[in-house]
Design a binder for this molecule. Structure first.
Ligand code: AMP
Length: 300
């Protein structure tokens, strides 16, 4: 694996079909699952590692965002990444960008309400990665379901010749979706956070038993979270997978999305539902066998 810091150095290492895995680093099994998928499909696997300031709002955790480039490099190499593209800020943004890429129609619901400007930051950096690295395929997690919809739409609208691959959510053995931010959970918060995926799995069971009402599915999640003193629910909503419009009934490909603040850490999770024949199948993601979460012990 070769580590490069410029777009041109990364492009010089391309051969054959190029697969791109964009990340902000502090890698976990979720990121690695995307890289493994890219390794299976393509000849040159490029992983980008860049904590993108444009997608953090005021008061969000940009400076505290966890970073460990050496560990990331070892993990990326272990799953067969060929090129680790780790640009410094002035390679990505030689000047403060005067051009923004926005997908407003898909960015205003769900996360957009709580993180204004977030998806414009994401779309802008992803458009730069597509333009600068010219991948044939790009791999994103279903964990960030709204982001995946935004990126599919931006690639289509701007005619980027890239195929977008959405990959299943990777979960801890007890169901918690892996996230670089899980490192901020205290032991008690980590325990409480399992209610989020438990609620989603209850909703998945209900869909497979025939439930189609968004309100019924949403209340299953809300009641799993209940009134835990550790969790504050931001939203739970059923949305169309393609355009992120809110649904009152499950009648097309959709995802049930949750955002909640556990302790001081904001977490998101979801389950996708895909129509198969007359019914819907839930994508519950996959679970790793052994716990990977590092959490901070609570101070006495
Ligand atoms: P991030 O580093 O948080 O920007 O995430 C980089 C990519 O990894 C995005 O496409 C995420 O959706 C994906 N990702 C993050 N967590 C998971 C997870 N638990 N399972 C699958 N994909 C994930």
């Amino acid at each position: 694996m070769i580590i490069v810091e410029s777009f041109s150095a990364a492009r010089a290492l391309h051969s054959g079909l190029v697969g791109l895995v964009p990340t902000m680093g502090f890698l976990h099994e979720g990121h690695l699952s995307l890289a493994r998928e890219a390794r299976r499909d393509t000849d040159t696997v490029v992983m980008s590692l860049f904590v993108n300031p444009l997608q953090f709002g005021a008061g969000e955790d940009l400076s505290a965002y966890p970073r460990d480039r050496e560990r990331d490099a070892a993990l990326a190499e272990s799953v067969g990444v060929d090129v680790l593209f780790a640009p410094p800020l002035d390679e990505m943004y030689p000047e403060p960008p005067a051009t923004e890429v926005g997908v407003p129609a898909l960015s205003e619901s769900l996360e957009g309400v709580f993180r204004p400007g977030h998806f414009t930051g994401v779309a802008t950096v992803v458009a730069k990665l597509f333009a600068g690295l010219r991948p044939d395929r790009a791999y994103f997690g279903r964990k960030d379901a709204q982001q995946l919809a935004v990126i599919r739409r931006l690639a289509a609208d701007l005619s980027f010749p890239v195929f977008i691959v959405g990959c299943p959510i990777v979960r801890e053995p007890d169901g918690l979706a892996l996230s670089s931010r899980n490192v901020f959970l205290s032991a008690d918060d980590r325990e409480a956070a399992t209610a989020i995926s438990r609620g989603l799995m209850d909703a998945a069971d209900a869909v497979e038993a025939g439930e189609r009402s968004a309100r019924a599915l949403e209340s299953l999640v809300a009641s799993a979270i209940g009134d835990s003193p550790h969790i504050q629910l931001d939203y739970v909503a059923l949305a169309d997978s393609r355009n992120v419009l809110l649904l009152s009934d499950l009648d097309r490909p959709a995802f049930l999305a949750v955002a909640a603040t556990v302790g001081t850490t904001r977490l998101i999770d979801n389950v996708h539902f895909d129509p198969v024949g007359d019914t819907f199948v839930a994508d519950r993601g996959t679970r790793i066998e052994r716990s990977s979460v590092l959490y901070r012990e609570e101070k006495p």
